[in-house]
Design a protein around this ligand. Structure first.
Ligand code: ZN
Length: 153
């Protein structure tokens, strides 16, 4: 294991143990549920909007270390961003997760999301890493009904 990989795993473990913005938000504008039936990850995303800008976001629920750490990191990255910026960030994240594990990372574009680069070697875990993002994007579109990683999109 490289030092970089060890550092990334430490960041993921830390977010899992001490998740950021964890808990319900009584005055949320949108509450979106998201499920990953393959792994059993289940979260609720609470979102407060200012126009199409994320004013605040929190989450609660349970899931594996990757899903929880990803939700936690996400909440720290999207605050103050417009819907289009959140979608662009999610796109960059998904492209990285689907890329060849040997290919170089665009670390500048990825920023803190690069800690999840190890997930490239475990394609089945991609849905864990993206669950909270799918739920957030659905919340930003005020989509009705829960999001499932098995529903196609
Ligand atoms: Zn999972």
């Amino acid at each position: 294991m490289s030092d970089t990989r060890a550092l990334y795993e430490e960041v993921i473990l830390d977010h899992n143990k001490n998740p950021k913005n964890f808990g319900s938000m009584p005055d949320a504008d949108v509450v979106q549920e998201g499920y990953n039936p393959l792994c059993g990850d289940s979260f609720k995303i609470y979102l407060k909007l200012d126009g199409d800008t994320v004013q605040s976001v929190s989450f609660e629920g349970h899931g594996c270390a990757i899903s929880k750490a990803s939700a936690s990191l996400m909440t720290t990255l999207v605050k103050g961003r417009k819907r289009s910026e959140v979608e662009e960030l999610f796109h960059v994240f998904q492209e990285m997760l689907k890329s060849d594990p040997e290919s170089p990372l665009d670390t500048e574009k990825l920023g803190k999301l690069k800690v999840f680069s190890g997930v490239r070697e475990y394609p089945v875990r991609i849905k864990c890493a993206t669950l909270a993002w799918h739920a957030l994007v659905a919340a930003l579109h005020q989509q009705e009904g829960p999001v499932s990683t098995e529903s196609g999109s």
